[in-house]
Ligand binder design. Sequence first.
Ligand SMILES: [Zn+2]
Length: 273
Amino acid sequence: MGIWYIIILFLLFVYFSYRYAWWKRVVDYRYPRILMYHMIREAIPGKKFNSLRVSPEAFEAQIKYLYDNEWKSYTMSEAMAQKNSLPIKSVVITFDDGYRDNLTNALPILKKYGFKATIYLVNDRHDRDWSGYRKAKNEGAGLKDEPKLSDDEVRELLDSGLIEIGAHTLTHANLNDLNILESQREICGSKEEIEAQFKVECHSFAYPFGLYGIKDEKIVMNCAYTNAVTTQLGIADLHTCDPFKIPRVTVSGKDNFFAFWLKLRTGKRGVKK
Ligand SMILES: [Zn+2]
C-alpha cells in the first residue's frame, strides 16, 4: 500500500468529518425538532434556490422515517401551548412562503402518515418577486414564477385538519429595511388579513429571510403572536428559549438522507451548516 493511498484516505476522512460532523452529540430528544421547508418539488437544473426545493421522494422518505421511529407531530402553536407536556421525539414541520406544491405534493404525504404542519403564508404572494429584497443580485432568480397557493387552496389545506396557517408578513418584506410603522403594517397586517380571510386564529410568525431587529421582535409580541421562528439553525428547549426567536432545522433540497438524519440529531449537518 503506497503512502499516497493513505494520504488520500486521510484527506477523504477529513473532508467527510468536516461535511458531516459525525462526532457531535445528539441534542436532548425532549427538545422538539422544528423543521424548515419551502417547496416540495423536483429541483430545476441550473436554477438558483434549489436548496429550497426538496423532491417529493426525499420528503416522503423523511416523513416515513419520522413515522417509523415514532416521532409525534405538532403545529407550531400546538407545540408552544403544550410545551410542558411534549413527549420525547416531537417534531414541527414548517413551510415558508405558501407554494402551491405544499398542497399538491406535501399534503398527500402528510395525510398518509398523519403528520401536521405549519405554513407561513405571504398574503401578497402572487406575481411578487421577493428574491431580490435581501440581495439585489437574486432578483429574477425564479421564485416569482413558482406557483403559489390560491386562497381557496389555503382553505383546502385548513380543511384537512392537519395545517396551521402562520404569518410571514404581507409582502415578504425585508424588515431590516423598514421603519417601525412600516414593520407594524407588515407584521400585524398579515395576521389580521389571515384571520379575517380564513376565519382562523393566527398565532405563529416567521421572519422573512430570518432578518429582523429588536423593533420587530417587540412588534411581533405586541400584535399578540405567541411565537416566532427564525432561520437560525438549531434545536431549542422551548422552555428556556425566547418564544420570539425560535431556531429551526433547515431541510435542504441538497441534503441526502444521511444529512437529514444527522440534522435530526444535532440540528446541523456538519460543522457549519
Ligand atoms: Zn420566506
